[in-house]
Design a protein around this ligand. Structure first.
Ligand code: GLN
Length: 280
């Protein structure tokens, strides 16, 4: 494979590196002893589920949510969720594919509708409202919200609850809902793209933005040193993997894989790799 083809291949699968490709292609299963292979077969039989593409766990996400899922400078889809989805697929004896970018507020409807993606692992908070439409795996990460302003501004949070204040958010997110509930007088600016919101605060088009705390911390440190977190908002959210209610065996198989990923140290490795700490 030429390096160009290789890059396209990796980008298509949304897999960050060769080691993960090796882990994801089922070769480990092929070298297992008969006993182990039998165990694998048994568990595959128990976990009966459907997939939109045979042998593949197909994920749909919004790809501008660093460090969970984003496109790196080589055009590869990378991040904590990408590594986690690869690890889950590997435990299930599957490969994994990430569909092209979709707006965040289309992810739950896509899973509900079915036929296009099996799961959405995309920093999606488990909420009662979303549970009306889709099921979720066990939680895999805790999160809160962050209220971001220009570092040069001297706002207090209560100053932002005014009509002439424009507050950016990503459309349909929990940050969007938080603004509506807690700063109802502000002018909310729902956007498809998180970076566009931060750029807007940076240039003064918007006075603030509300987005998940780990993403705010990451993006401010990487690209927006002129912005600051005015307030950490303890919403106590938990991320889960959205699956269709029509596919309960898939949820069970994902939960079994997640439990292994927690107990065998993989989860801590991934947290360390992407957040520099296991304490998240
Ligand atoms: N966790 C937030 C939510 O579920 C934001 C997710 C995202 O933008 N990817 O609404």
């Amino acid at each position: 494979m030429t390096s160009m083809n290789r890059r396209n291949f990796v980008a298509t699968l949304g897999i960050a590196g060769t080691a993960l490709l090796a882990g994801c292609n089922g070769s480990e299963e092929a070298t297992q002893t008969t006993d182990d292979a039998q165990t694998t077969d048994d568990s595959a039989e128990e976990a009966s589920y459907t997939l939109v593409k045979e042998g593949v766990l197909t994920n749909v996400a919004e790809l501008g949510f660093s460090p969970f899922e984003y496109i790196d400078e080589d055009g590869n889809t990378v991040g904590f969720d990408v590594d986690l989805s690869n690890a889950i697929a590997e435990k299930m004896g599957l490969t994994c594919e990430w569909l092209p970018n979709q707006a965040f507020d289309t992810l739950v409807p896509t899973i509900k509708q079915g036929g296009k993606a099996d799961i959405s692992i995309a920093g999606v908070t488990i909420t009662d409202e979303r549970l009306e439409d889709v099921d979720f795996s066990d939680p895999y990460l805790n999160s809160n919200q962050a209220l971001i302003v220009a570092a040069s501004s001297d706002y207090a949070t209560e100053d932002l609850d005014a009509e002439d204040i424009q507050i950016a958010c990503q459309t349909g997110t929990t940050g969007d809902a938080w603004i509506q509930e807690n700063l109802p007088n502000a002018t909310r600016v729902p956007l498809a793209d998180v970076t566009a919101g931060m750029m807007g605060v940076s240039t003064g088009s918007y006075q603030a933005m509300v987005i998940d705390l780990p993403v705010a911390q990451n993006m401010l440190a990487q690209s927006f040193s002129d912005l600051t977190i005015l307030e950490e908002i303890p919403t106590g959210e938990q991320y889960g993997i959205a699956v269709s209610y029509d596919n309960p065996g898939l949820k069970d198989a994902i939960n079994a894989a997640l439990a292994e990923i927690e107990s065998d140290g993989t989860m801590d490795e991934l947290k360390q790799k992407w957040f520099g700490t296991t304490d998240i």
